[in-house]
Design a protein around this ligand. Structure first.
Ligand code: PMP
Length: 400
C-alpha cells in the first residue's frame, strides 16, 4: 500500500523556532491504487466541444454554483421518467427544493452538516454501522455528534433490518439519519424497496431527518431511476430531506469534484430562506465552486443524445461490475473453496464485503501482495477478468 508522505512542519522563524512546533504528524492517509480510471466517451466528446468554445470565459460562478446545473441535477434523483425534463416531482414543481452545486460528494455532505449544525435543533447524526470512512470525519468536523445504527450483520452477511428498525425506532427525537441512497459503501448491501418504505414510515413517524448520500446512482441497477427510488420515496412524501449527490463515480468525473446538495423543504418560502443561509456557509468554506465539472454535467444532462450516451456507458460500467462479481463467484465455486460465496453476487454496486477476516486479509497481503481493507472490503471496479483468477487462488489459499 502506498502512503502519502507526511509534510515536514514549516519553520517560519529566522531563529529556528517554529510557531507550529507543537504540531504533530497527522496519521497517514492511504492512497489506494485502484487501476486506471476510464474517461467516458461522452465526457471526452463534451470536453472537445467545450475546448472549441472560444467565447467561454473563466468568470467565477455564483456562490451556489451554475444555475443550469442546479436545475438539471436535482431532477436526476427526483425524476420520474426516462429523460430528465419530462416529468417533475411535486417538490420541484412547488419550488420546495434548494440545490447548490458543491465540490463533489464530500463537500456536499460537509455543507449539509454545517447547515444542520447552525440551523437545526438536533445535533445528533446516526450513521449506518459500517459506513464510508470519510462520513464520520465530514460530519463531526461540522460539530455534529455521531451515533450509529445497526445496518449489516457480519454473521449472515446481509442487512440487519431488524436491528436497523430497532435502532431508528429508539433514536433521539428529531435526530438526523444518514442513508446511502444505493450501493452501500462498504458492504454492497441495500434495503429492498419494501424495506425502504418501512424505513420511510418509521422515519416520518418518529420525526427523524433523512440525509441521503447518493454517490453511486446508476451503478447498482444500471438505471438512474431505479437507483434513486429510496430518495424519491422521501423526496415526494411532502416531508423534508437532504441529498448529497456526486458525479465522481457515475460520470467518472472523480478529479473534477462535481456534486450537489439538495434540501427538500416543506414550503417554497422556507426553501428560499434555506438557500440564503447556505450562501453564508459556502462563502467562507470555498467561496464558489469550480466551473469545468459543472459544465460537463450540464452539457450531458440538457442534451437528449448525450444523456442517452451517458446512460448507455453507465449501464456498461454497471454490467462489468456484475460480470466481475459472477466471475469471482464462479471461480471460487469451481475450485471448491470452502464456504458459501453467494453474497458476492447478491451484493450490489462497486463494493463487496468478502467476509474474509483480518487474518485472511493479512495472509493475502503477505503471501500474494493483494492489498485490501482489513475489514475484507474490496472495490469490485478494481478487479478485471485478468486479475480475478489470481484473486480467487489467493482467497482459496487463505481459507483452506
Ligand atoms: N459518499 C460515499 C458513500 C463514497 O463512497 C464517496 C467516495 N468514495 C463519497 C461520498 C465522496 O465522493 P466524492 O467526494 O468523490 O464525490
Amino acid at each position: 500500500m502506498e502512503y502519502l508522505k507526511p509534510m515536514e512542519p514549516t519553520r517560519i522563524h529566522s531563529n529556528g523556532d517554529s510557531l507550529f512546533q507543537d504540531i504533530t504528524f497527522a496519521p497517514d492517509i492511504p492512497v489506494y491504487a485502484e487501476g486506471k480510471c476510464h474517461t467516458l466517451n461522452v465526457v471526452k466528446q463534451v470536453e472537445q466541444t467545450l475546448a472549441n468554445d472560444l467565447s467561454a470565459d473563466k468568470e467565477y460562478l455564483p456562490i451556489t454554483g451554475m444555475p443550469e446545473f442546479n436545475k438539471l441535477t436535482e431532477v436526476v434523483f427526483l425524476l420520474l421518467a426516462a429523460y430528465i425534463i419530462v416529468r417533475k416531482s411535486p417538490a420541484i414543481k412547488e419550488s420546495r427544493v434548494v440545490t447548490v452545486q458543491c465540490v463533489s460528494g464530500c463537500l456536499s455532505l460537509r455543507v449539509g452538516a454545517e447547515f444542520l449544525a447552525k440551523h437545526y435543533h438536533q445535533h445528533v447524526v446516526y450513521l449506518p454501522e459500517p459506513t464510508y470512512g470519510n462520513h464520520p470525519n465530514l460530519i463531526s468536523a461540522a460539530g455534529l455528534t455521531l451515533k450509529t445504527y445497526r445496518y449489516y450483520d457480519p454473521k449472515t452477511l446481509v442487512l440487519d433490518f431488524q436491528g436497523l428498525l430497532e435502532d431508528l425506532g429508539s433514536a433521539l427525537t428529531g435526530a438526523i439519519v444518514l442513508f446511502h441512497a444505493c450501493g452501500h459503501n462498504p458492504t454492497g448491501v441495500d434495503p429492498t424497496c419494501q424495506q425502504w418504505e418501512q424505513i420511510r414510515q418509521l422515519v416520518r413517524q418518529r420525526g427523524l431527518l433523512p440525509f441521503f448520500d447518493c454517490a453511486y446512482q446508476g451503478l447498482v441497477s444500471g438505471n438512474l431511476d431505479d437507483d434513486a427510488q429510496s430518495i424519491r420515496m422521501f423526496g415526494c412524501d411532502g416531508g423534508e430531506c437532504f441529498v448529497a449527490q456526486s458525479y465522481s463515480k457515475n460520470m467518472g468525473l472523480y478529479g473534477e469534484r462535481i456534486g450537489s446538495l439538495s434540501i427538500v423543504c416543506k414550503t417554497a418560502d422556507v426553501a428560499r430562506r434555506v438557500e440564503s443561509q447556505l450562501k453564508l456557509i459556502i462563502r467562507p468554506l470555498y467561496s464558489n465552486p469550480p466551473i469545468h465539472g459543472a459544465a460537463i454535467v450540464t452539457a450531458i444532462l440538457k442534451d437528449r443524445d448525450l444523456y442517452q450516451k451517458w446512460t448507455n456507458e453507465l449501464k456498461a460500467m454497471r454490467d462489468r461490475l456484475v460480470q466481475v462479481r459472477r466471475q469471482l463467484y464462479d471461480s471460487l465455486c469451481n475450485k471448491g473453496t470452502p464456504g458459501d460465496w453467494s453474497h458476492i453476487i447478491k451484493q450490489v454496486g462497486m463494493y463487496s464485503f468478502t467476509g474474509l477476516n483480518k487474518d485472511q486479509v493479512d495472509f493475502l497481503t503477505r503471501e500474494y501482495h493483494i492489498y485490501m481493507s482489513s475489514d475484507g472490503r474490496i472495490n469490485i471496479g478494481g478487479l478485471s477478468s485478468k486479475t480475478v483468477p489470481y484473486f480467487a487462488d489467493a482467497i482459496h489459499d487463505a481459507v483452506i
